[in-house]
Ligand binder design. Sequence first.
Ligand code: BJW
Length: 230
Amino acid sequence: MQTMTILTGAGISAESGLGTFRSREGIWARYDLAKVATPEAFARDPAMVHEFYNLRRDACIKAVPNEAHIALARLQREWPGDVVIATQNVDDLHERAGASVLHMHGALMRARCAECGHRWPAPIVTQATDLCPHCGEATTRPDVVWFREYPYFDDEISLAVRRSDLFVVIGSSGRVYPAAGYAGIATRAKIRTMEINMERTDGNFENGRYGPATETVPRWVDEVLRAQDV
Ligand code: BJW
């Protein structure tokens, strides 16, 4: 039975109205990443960082899963082998479409204690004075992975890629490591690779499908489910 590992990025949620990071109007064009997405930024100005993630959480709550999220959930349900979906996204649109996913950069809907590591469901608005329900310290932070922090599930995802027959990257620029390194791991292990993106990236993929994810992903999922072959 064939197995697949799929890695998604901001492009899969773009048509749900959540911005990407590196486009001309993207999140990093409007916010200085050094001021909102690093451990140093949080140490310097936790209120500003909470405010940034409160806005992102608000946008996420208002967004709905699109045809691409729905198609991947269907693939995971109907494919006879394993379909591991890993995402760099912190939104919960894959889950709301019915998929089970590994969130390597964390989750907007979770809070974490910077002191004891306890995690809990985030309220809609978090602030620097919120107390950790476990240790009682005012050290609440968003449970997201900032630059120079270790992504979650890296070993698990690398292993899933090596055990797959096909590795697919959907809607990611491939600019951030370690996620950007999985395609190289697949290629070195002689595993087939494909990207689905609005445009060709610098990654060295064997195959590519280009266009909006809400069109390309459902079409690809229909094809593989019909062929029962990747
Ligand atoms: C569409 C579309 C449509 C648009 N349809 N497609 C070498 C090796 C290892 C590490 C490093 C290294 N060099 C540098 C590093 C460190 C660093 C890094 O990679 N920096 C690079 C900038 C060079 N990496 C890290 O720090 C990571 N940690 C780490 O490496 O730990 C080990 C370590 C520890 C200590 C010291 C040293 C090493 C952590 C990275 C954390 C990234 N965090 C963010 C923020 C998360 C929280 C939040 O969301 O706020 O994660 S940054 C941001 O980028 C976010 C994303 O998940 C991530 C990736 O972005 P993504 O998804 O690819 O989005 P875009 O916008 O870039 O691309 C969108 C794509 O969609 C485009 O291609 C469009 O064409 C496409 N698209 N519309 C289809 N409708």
